[in-house]
Design a protein around this ligand. Structure first.
Ligand SMILES: *Cc1c(COP(=O)(O)O)cnc(C)c1O
Length: 333
């Protein structure tokens, strides 16, 4: 809690990111019930999101790239708004909030919470949007009586250059999920934090948060998380992430000149090359492995998310492999 945006006062440990999202959805529903708003049972979320593979989490993933087509009939029906259109690195366009405003006006009284990944949409498209979108959305949520859930499972613990991506917008959500880097990717553990006010409203109705499977707050996983967070502090992550950002920027910039490349973007320790057409994943991965590089491209995205202690020469080698692949056409079928 000490590392998170100030305002979050309670934390619940879960055994994976997907479960942390389930817990966040339950928190929102129980909180609204405690506030006498039991009719608020739906969630509003932007297209292009990814929140995990369990049923509640799946229901708020992008309806096209998520697994909706397989499970449509069994999934709760949520409300989808346009992907935040305004790029991170361009002036903010207030009209990018129009769809959120429209849908909250139309569905306001049934919306328990808005859930989204702050600033970086990860597995749903590796898309970086403007922090002012988040700030505006937080205001719209407050006006509509909907909670704001930020899924920081991919962005938390420094990945975007801030400890949590919410800091780019200077906001504190009602509920925040983290996972992945919490244990440095060593053991499965995640957490869902909320404000004291949300916790009090949950307890008003039922007394407790209704979630408690066997391995919540597993002691071994918590010990690993403690050790990993100590390492994060000792290793001076802001310098590491800034160094990686500079290396990725310099190393990937030349890709923009390739005819098959639609966009190159870098934020913190995340470097993305977006191609015009889906890449041939198997062929491209073989090319990388032959050069001693392990990357996992998907759809129209070749991305690099290295560990923070990656030496600059290794990061440069990753970028060189991406440049080489695009130059030699290893991404084409
Ligand atoms: C990975 C991820 C999840 C799911 O976490 P798991 O630990 O894989 O269940 C949820 N949300 C985001 C943003 C993620 O990147």
């Amino acid at each position: 809690l000490g590392l998170m945006p100030s305002g979050l006062g309670k934390v619940f440990f879960a055994d994976s990111g997907s479960v942390a999202v389930e817990v966040a959805l339950k928190m929102a529903l129980q909180c609204q019930r405690g506030r006498g708003e039991a009719q608020r049972t739906r969630f509003l979320t932007p297209r292009g999101g990814y929140h995990g593979d369990t049923f509640g989490a799946m229901s708020v993933c992008d309806p096209v790239t998520g697994m909706h087509s397989l499970f449509t009939a069994a999934l709760p029906r949520q409300i989808f708004m346009e992907r935040p259109a305004c790029r991170f690195d361009q002036p903010f366009d207030p009209s990018s909030l129009d769809d959120a405003r429209r849908l909250l006006a139309a569905h306001g009284p049934e919306v328990a919470a808005v859930i989204l990944e702050p600033v970086v949409q990860g597995a749903g498209g590796m898309w970086f949007y403007h922090p002012d979108y988040l700030r505006g959305l937080a205001d719209l949520c407050r006006e509509a009586g909907a909670l704001l859930i930020l899924d920081e499972i991919a962005t938390g613990f420094g990945r975007t250059g801030k400890m949590f991506a919410a800091e780019w917008a200077g906001i504190c959500p009602d509920i925040l999920c983290c996972g992945k880097a919490l244990t440095g990717g060593i053991l499965t553990l995640a957490a869902t934090a909320c404000t004291d006010s949300v916790a009090e409203d949950i307890c008003r109705h039922n007394g407790v948060l209704m979630h408690g499977p066997t391995f919540m707050a597993n002691a071994l996983a918590c010990a690993v998380a403690g050790a990993s967070l100590d390492l994060l502090a000792e290793n001076a992550w802001p310098e590491q992430v800034a160094g990686l950002e500079a290396t990725l920027r310099a190393g990937l910039a030349p890709c923009a000149a390739e005819p098959d490349v639609a966009d190159v973007r870098v934020l913190g320790a995340i470097g993305v090359v977006e191609t015009r057409r889906p890449v041939h994943t198997a062929r491209l991965q073989r090319y990388f492995v032959e050069r001693g590089v392990w990357l996992r491209p998907f759809n129209r995205l070749i991305y690099i998310m290295p560990p923070y202690n990656t030496p600059p020469e290794d990061a440069a080698r990753l970028c060189a492999a991406v440049r080489g692949a695009l130059r030699e056409g290893a991404h084409r079928p």
